[in-house]
Design a protein around this ligand. Structure first.
Ligand code: SF4
Ligand code: SF4
Length: 158
């Protein structure tokens, strides 16, 4: 992917690293197949490739994150499944971490703004369905063989 950072921007180590990473992306889209948010929502901007474009624009233009960018970056689960299928070895984790840090910085620091009224909400059951998980196995088991959802024989959810 072609990038257009200035020398001044590249003096920042995080931006220099993001620039290197962005240049390794070849737009192939293989990553979309393993991205749960793209699988669920079907929106290119909720895929790794789409988010990479949004992050690139935000960093290159050195502007405050707009609500559109924040919405799609915030929807990323940081599961990094996309990194396992990228044939070019794009280090998505650095990009999304850099984007989130930049968003917080441009907001004046602090924690991410949780007040966006169009934040993505999805049920645990829907996530399990998309990921092909057994809801009980994914939430109510641990490696000791005991059931952490069970307290004195009763299920916490019941
Ligand atoms: S699989 Fe890798 S190279 Fe292809 S679009 Fe996704 S991040 Fe870019
Ligand atoms: S980290 Fe997970 S949710 Fe985020 S873009 Fe990659 S596969 Fe999709």
């Amino acid at each position: 992917m072609q990038t257009n950072f200035t020398e001044a921007q590249l003096a920042d180590p995080d931006t220099a690293r993001s620039n290197e990473i962005l240049r390794t992306c070849v737009h192939c889209g293989f990553c979309t197949a393993t991205c749960p948010t793209y699988t669920l929502l079907g929106d290119e901007l909720d895929s790794p490739r789409g988010r990479i474009y949004l992050i690139k624009q935000m960093l290159e233009e050195d502007r405050p994150a707009d609500a559109h960018t924040v919405k799609h970056v915030d929807r990323c689960l940081s599961c990094l499944a996309c990194m396992t299928t990228c044939p070019s070895g794009v280090h998505y984790m650095h990009l999304v971490d850099h984007a989130r840090a930049r968003q917080a910085e441009k907001r004046g620091g602090g924690t991410p703004d949780l007040a966006y009224d169009d934040r993505w909400m999805v049920s645990d059951d829907r996530v399990d369905e998309v990921l092909g998980l057994d809801p009980q196995a994914s939430r109510c088991s641990d490696d000791t063989g005991t059931n952490p959802c069970s307290v004195d024989g009763a299920n916490r959810d019941s």
